[in-house]
Each structure stands twice: as C-alpha cells, then as structure tokens.
Design a binder for this molecule. Sequence first.
Ligand SMILES: [Zn+2]
Length: 464
Amino acid sequence: MKRILRPRTCRPYPELFEPERGEAPYRIEDSNGRPLPSRGLVNKVERWMFVPLDPWGRPVARHEGGHVRDSPPNLPRVRYDLRILHAVEDARINLGLDWREIPVELDPVALANVRKLAAEDEQRGDLFALVIRSVASIGTNAEADLADLLTLYESQGTFVQGQVDRVRKGLERSRARARKPVAPFGAALRLARKLARELRRAGLLEADGSSSSPMGTGCCIGHGLIDDDEEGGDGGGQLAEAGVAGELHVTRAPLTVSLRGGRLAGRGLGARREGSIIRYAHRWPSDRAIFRGRRRRSSATVLVDVSGSMSLSADSLDRLLLATPAGALVAIYSGRGTEGELRIVASGTRRAGPKHLKPFARGNIVDVPALEWLARQPEPRLWVSDGAVTGVGDHASDAIEERCTAIVKKGRIERIGNLEGTVRRLVDARARRTDVPAVTRQHHRAALRARAARLARKAADADS
Ligand SMILES: [Zn+2]
C-alpha cells in the first residue's frame, strides 16, 4: 500500500525548449517543502530550475519552460518595483504558451490557492499585490477566476481589471504585429513601464518607484538570484536560506606518487598478542606480542576545505600528504556559483602529485554534500576547516549551518582548524591503532610526535 502513497517524480527537460542548444544540462531541483519565494524558479545563466517534482507541478514546469524558451537571460534594471516587470513578463510567457496550445492550467488546489491569496490581498488593503497577482495570471486558467473575484470589489476591482485588460491587449497586439507565437520582450518592458506609471498615479508606489507590499516576488524567473550585484535580488541568499547547497562532483586525481608518511593501515603482518605462529619470542618479557599475524585493518579519512578563507596553498597540502600515513583517504573540496568539486588526492598507499592539489575554486558552496560524503567514509573522520560553511552563491545561512552541524554530529566528524593539528591527529590515530601495550604505545607516540614536529619545522623553514 505504501507504494501508492509515494509521490511520482516528474522531471522536466528544459533543454528541449531551448532555441539553441546550451552547453550543459539544467540542474533540476524539487521546490516542494522548500521556503522559496515561488513554486517555480529558473535561472538561465546558471542553468538551474526549481519546480515541484510531482504530477501537480506540471503547469509550473511548463511555465518555467516558457521562460527558458522566450525570456532573456537577464532582466534589465528598472526604475520601478521589479515585481511589476516580473508579472508582465509572466503574462507574456503564459500567453505565448497558450498560443502554442500548451496552456498553463493550474490544478483545482492551486487554482483555489491563487483565489484565496488574491482575496487576502484585498482584505489587507494591498492593492499592489492584487494587481501583480492578476497580471501574472494572464494567459492561465486562473485569469478568469480572478476576474470573477474582482467583480466583488467595486471600484478597486474595476481599477485592477482595467490594468489587466490593458496589459493583455498590449501583449496580444504586439504578438500579432510580430507574427510570432509570443510577443517580443520589448513589449513587456514597455507595458511594465506604463503599468508602473499607472500604479504611481494611483498612489500605490513610493516616490522612488518601490512598493512596500510584502508580497513575494511576482514571478519566478530567478534573474540575479545568484548575482547579488543585480538590483532587487539577494536570491542566492534566499536559496541558501532555504538550505540549498551546491551540486557536488566527486573526482579522483591521478594517484601517481606513493605515500611515504609511514603506515596507518597496518594491514601487513606484525607482532600480535594472540595467534598460532610464534615468531617474536624475544618480545615476551616486554609486551608478550610474540605471535605473527595480520594486523587489524584501520584507516582514517581527511576532508580538507581548500576555499579562499582557509588560504591553504598547494605547498601546505603537499606537506600534509607527506605526513599522511598509508591507508588514509584524503580529499580536498571547494566550489563556485552553484557547484563544487570534491577531489580525492590520496588513497591506500598512493597520493596525487603536487600539480593536482590546486583548488577547483575559491568558494565553499558544497560543504553540505562534502560532509555527507565524509560521513560515509572510514573513521576517524577529520574535517579540516575554519567551520565557515555556505550554500549556493557562497552564501552563509542558518539553514546551511544547521545542516552541517547535524551531519558532523551524526557522522562523528572531528573538525580541526588547521593542517598542523591534522598531522598531529593522524599521528595519534596511528599510535592508537597499533597493537602494542600502553607503555610502548606512549613511546611510539612520542617518536611520531617528534617526527611530526620535525616535519612542521621543515615546513616553516620552507615557508620563510
Ligand atoms: Zn514566471
């Protein structure tokens, strides 16, 4: 029975709408259960799309596909509330889809929701929101519903309907003139400017052209969501606030160099206190490890944040690898925009050469998926990081921080602030895992510490 309740995922293929083939596929994310400003979001520059991945999300995906097909990659800066242009652009896209006979038809629940939101706008006295919502519904099956609702609101309803009619007529006329399925973007720009003028005249805009209406973004095209230079958009922040981390690509550098930092894994044969073959009788007085046997397999995983804030050079990473015992898994990660790379640079008895230690980019972005990866690797799990974590657009947020904290806790991950501490910790792990009694172990550890100190001194000398 459970299977029936499991939602079907419906993934759109925006690549099919593209007038010209893009260089990479779109990244598709489920907008369900995420505190996004809109159910659908698309960014043509970064090539990602948020839509509800269930059968009811189809009209949203269709609308976003319309943006991919016909919207410019970036909306221009305007001297009025950007939500006005968003709404008119939505109307243009919806009318185009309707003309192509693939109309945006909301399901009954979504339809009822639009009507409810519009009624709430009116009750709040938020006429600006009512105009934006009604204009954005042009070309969808919500348009008639809202027109019906507006008849209840007398003069205010008449005003809103007047704006809707003018935008619709203007777009239809431009489309006919252009002899294309969709009106040119210039028409949307012109009509939005005119609409802004009308709203200002009606006292719905401040002197600087903005509106204080708390209504969310009128449209879903996520221009400037990543690029914060863009006016009116701290969208990357919004996405990070929603806990959206970058996409992680796990790669493996060619492991061409052998590790020389001693053995951690101790998989080979050695002295043991239990066994059947006596090989080390001379050890009886000291530690009784007289048998020859296979040592317990042990290991460690080190994940190194190599983003700009950590300012780790390829040189210092090289030194970490010099001190890394065989058997440890070492990976570095960094990111930019909406993606990041986790690169394995040491595994088993091999490591990568110095030229493969250069960071992929300067940002974090993928801390969440990188830590998820670390939580799946052998213990002890060491995370070399200053603890600063981000999501898409390299934005820090409470949501991203909480996710990382949870993964660290659940995955028994140990955070270490610098490479020197990591080398010390690896050395400790080695000492702890050797099958020898405490006294010898202490001695062993002291020797290893001395070795680590020697390496650190050598590193400091190399730096100066
Ligand atoms: Zn839209």
